[in-house]
Design a binder for this molecule. Sequence first.
Ligand SMILES: Cc1cc2nc3c(=O)[nH]c(=O)nc-3n(C[C@H](O)[C@H](O)[C@H](O)COP(=O)(O)O)c2cc1C
Length: 178
Amino acid sequence: MKIVVITSSPRSKKKSTSEFLAEKFIEGAESNGHEIFRFDAGHSEINPCRGCDYCGMDGDCAIKDDISKNLTAKLVECDLIVLTTPLYYFGVSAQLKIVIDRFYARTGRISGKKSILIATAWNSDSWTMQALDQYYQTLVRYMRWQNLGAIYAVGCGYRDAVERSKFVDQALKLGKSI
Ligand SMILES: Cc1cc2nc3c(=O)[nH]c(=O)nc-3n(C[C@H](O)[C@H](O)[C@H](O)COP(=O)(O)O)c2cc1C
């Protein structure tokens, strides 16, 4: 499978908890021979959709940045999209939301793929990931994606916490399972 993994933390690669789990997923998926394209939205030049409709929902985007130059074509040709994010006020990071909004230029062609969500959060209340899960399920429904799984890594606010959590194994196993 061709897999696009989108990370979206603005933290450094050494500190990010969500990138750490994304890397574990990649390790598992690569051990099964899958081809990975990784896009680090938190460390790229990205700009929000302007709603200008230049693309007509199926065309080139008027914005020339790392999304249009490096990511969009990979999204169109891949089989599986893996969204990874830190939980920011109960939703995805602004960086990931920018990427998702930019799907608009190719919505039809990014539809019907497989998807996975990996999210990390500081809190671990039963409702910590509720709003994010609803958002993800709605996105999956609209995009007619096939959800292969979601990892909601609660109680993982900093690197040590995620490294010793059960979610490391979950991310590796999810990568190996596909
Ligand atoms: C702007 C901001 C908003 C956050 N919002 C939440 C939140 O709503 N719930 C929560 O449990 N943690 C929240 N956190 C904590 C992060 O989700 C947590 O530290 C996560 O591990 C960060 O992932 P990263 O290291 O990959 O950036 C927030 C952190 C920041 C900086």
